[in-house]
Design a protein. Structure first.
Length: 438
């Protein structure tokens, strides 16, 4: 823990000069997409810890690796994950992501085994098969709406691997709007500054019904498959609690991969010289065979692309915590009940930690390159890091390799901005021009 005998006041946006304040606010012309540039601007002026002071929304934003280490590891017991009244709590209820202490640790013990590498490595062919179901419907020559298509793939893959359920196109159509409504509900909205969370939208009902139907069917299956859903029903008697974990894993497990896949394709399409090299690797290593985990490991430049993409555009760009009591963090006193935001986005672009932080430079990820501790946190850090990180890394590499094997991608000039939804996603959704090879 970082200690200090005297405490310092946390700088607030009120400490900005009027000129800097106006410059920061000017980014609001881009709506929600302007918030990250505002945070970058304030970070540059006020340093690695500062406080926003909006009505009902006064988070302490942290971009200091040392303080982030304290929050995620040594002082983690001083933080809670969620206040009672928050849309994420209302949607996920008692899901692993939003529980604390012993309850969290019990759920972790149930869920973690189905997310280990040795569990899903043998199912890599199912990831490819689910991907192919979506790719087979792409035009031979034409355009795809990238974020939308990546979401379809991520949902098909997720349900196949974690619920052993082959989602039909009809089911996907039924679930599509409820899932988008659930994501919009938990994304930032005006309620944040109004201070009162809206009610859970009724439109998500078909998603609830889908999860409960899977639970009922699985409880009635005599020889169930070895997957997350089976682990859950074997350990948890309460269907509502099973539903909470399924909802959590489905939301946390597909929206993040969707955003990462879309960002990576956008970066590739914006950097045609690099794209050509990655494609050459894919086609040399794979030939006409589908990607396997071993072959994906040999795709070094694809791996570098993915690492750089998730540095620049981390789908989870912030870790939210709440102080459980008055605490001391480094040289600062923070009162109980304060929202503390670990800014993964700011630390990934920290000018003192990264060379050319805003530049897409996949070659920085040479095999011997190790970022400074707590400066690269795409999957969080400490004991509460991402439970699906290993799966996500394999899944996204296999999917990208399959896309590049089966399709040529044209460079794009389209600009997108990172928008804070439930995850950090490219906005607007963008078209990729593609041509089928196989
Ligand atoms: C590119 C994909 C992914 C990214 C970038 C990502 C990122 C993260 C991050 C940053 C955290 C920590 C949040 C915090 O400290 O506040 C986290 C936690 C979590 N993630 Fe992921 N994630 C991804 C994929 C997945 C997948 C595939 C699953 C499940 C199938 C998943 C399930 C979870 C869960 C349940 C937690 C909470 C763990 C706990 O509290 O013990 N994530 N993720």
């Amino acid at each position: 823990m970082t200690t200090s005998t005297t405490s310092r006041p946390i700088p607030t946006v009120a400490d900005l000069s009027p000129r800097d304040g106006l410059r920061a606010l000017a980014h609001l012309r881009h709506g929600l997409s302007g918030i990250l540039p505002i945070l970058e601007h304030v970070h540059a002026q006020l340093g690695d810890i500062f406080q926003l002071t909006l009505p009902h929304f006064r988070p302490v934003v942290v971009a200091s690796p040392a303080l982030i280490r304290d929050i995620l590891t040594t002082q983690r017991h001083q933080f809670l994950w969620r206040p009672e009244d928050d849309p994420v709590m209302r949607l996920l209820r008692r899901g692993i992501l939003v529980t604390d202490g012993a309850e969290h640790d019990c759920l972790h013990a149930v869920i973690a085994p189905s997310s280990r590498r040795n569990h899903f490595l043998p199912r890599a062919d199912a990831i490819i098969a689910a991907t192919d179901r979506a790719l087979d419907r792409w035009p031979s020559k034409g355009r795809i709406l990238t974020l939308t298509e990546m979401r379809k793939i991520a949902l098909l893959v997720f349900e196949e691997i974690y619920f052993s359920h082959t989602l039909s196109w009809e089911e996907l159509n039924t679930l599509w709007t409820p899932i988008l409504r659930a994501l919009a509900y938990i994304g930032p909205g005006v309620w944040v500054v109004r201070g009162r969370a809206p009610n859970l939208p009724r439109a998500i009902q078909p998603l609830e019904a889908h999860l409960y139907a899977l639970i009922a069917r699985r409880r009635a299956t005599p020889s169930p498959p070895d997957d997350l859903l089976t682990h859950l029903i074997q350990h948890l008697d309460d269907d509502d609690l099973v539903r909470d974990q399924m909802m959590t894993m489905l939301i946390a497990g597909h929206d993040t991969s969707t955003a990462h896949l879309a960002w990576t394709l956008w970066l590739l399409a914006r950097h045609p010289d690099w794209l050509a090299k990655v494609v050459e690797d894919v086609r040399t290593v794979l030939g006409t065979e589908p990607p396997t985990p071993e072959k994906a490991n040999a795709l070094v430049r694809l791996d570098q692309t993915s690492k750089e993409s998730i540095r620049l555009y981390p789908p989870i760009h912030v870790g939210n915590r709440f102080t459980a009591a008055d605490i001391t963090l480094g040289a600062y006193r923070i009162p109980a009940g304060t929202r503390v935001m670990v800014s993964i986005y700011l630390v990934h672009r920290h000018p003192a930690m990264w060379e050319a932080p805003h530049v897409f430079q996949p070659t920085r990820w040479q095999s011997d390159f190790r970022p400074q501790p707590f400066t690269y946190l795409p999957f969080g850090g400490g004991p509460r890091n991402c439970i699906g990180g290993a799966f996500a890394m394999l899944e996204t590499r296999l999917i990208l390799a399959r896309i590049l094997q089966r399709f040529d991608i044209e460079p794009t000039h389209q600009h997108v901005r990172p928008r804070m939804g439930a995850t950090l996603e490219p906005h607007p959704d963008f078209y990729l021009t593609i041509r089928r090879r196989v």
